[in-house]
Design a protein around this ligand. Structure first.
Ligand SMILES: CC(C)(COP(=O)(O)OP(=O)(O)OC[C@H]1O[C@@H](n2cnc3c(N)ncnc32)[C@H](O)[C@@H]1OP(=O)(O)O)[C@@H](O)C(=O)NCCC(=O)NCCS
Length: 156
């Protein structure tokens, strides 16, 4: 039982935007996550699930629907102080549950943490096989022309 297992997953609110922005910035500055502007976070706020400890943001993740069958896990980030306590895993499992409830068929992630997603039964796929729509977000990435992330998919 982890020391953080009693922290619950919640829907993000307007007040959470600055701390979500700060957490994502921590990882986008080193190229681990795509940068997201505050406007972008507001637009997709209802996609975000968060975990807080005493009002402090510990982790966040979002589910972005692409079409009738495919969604992507985006902006998965666990604050360094809270890593390796199962929070990342719980967030992915929650988004997966919601994806199933929505009737989606596939869940994907573009990531550097292949082992983490393999544990959650995602499989590595050829990035070129993902629909063109998925690439929309990539256009804004500074690594657009030499993407070194791994595409992973789970059939729900
Ligand atoms: C990757 C990340 C989301 C994992 O979250 P976390 O809460 O630290 O991980 P968890 O405690 O939920 O780990 C779940 C399992 O994955 C494994 N795992 C964690 N990080 C891993 C990694 N980098 N590589 C391989 N396996 C990993 C853990 O060992 C654990 O296995 P167990 O259940 O057998 O003990 C988190 O470390 C993070 O925010 N990293 C920086 C941002 C990032 O890379 N985000 C992913 C973008 S898609």
């Amino acid at each position: 039982m982890s020391m953080y297992s009693d922290l619950t997953i919640q829907e993000a609110t307007l007040e959470d935007v600055p701390s979500i922005s700060e957490l994502l910035k921590m990882y986008s500055e080193t190229g681990i996550l795509l940068p997201r502007s505050n406007t972008d976070i507001y637009h997709s706020l209802r996609n975000f699930r968060i975990i807080c400890e005493n009002g402090r943001l510990a982790a966040c993740a979002s589910l972005m629907i692409y079409n009738h069958e495919l969604a992507e896990i985006r902006s998965l980030a666990v604050h360094p102080d809270y890593q390796n306590h199962g929070l990342g895993k719980r967030l992915v499992q929650q988004l997966e549950k919601e994806a199933v409830e929505l009737g989606l068929a596939r869940l994907m992630a573009l990531t550097y943490v292949v082992g983490f997603f393999q544990d959650l039964e995602f499989k590595v796929v050829d990035m070129a096989k993902l629909p063109e729509k998925v690439w929309n977000a990539c256009v804004h990435c500074r690594k657009f022309n030499n993407c070194d992330e791994t595409a992973m998919v789970k059939y729900l």
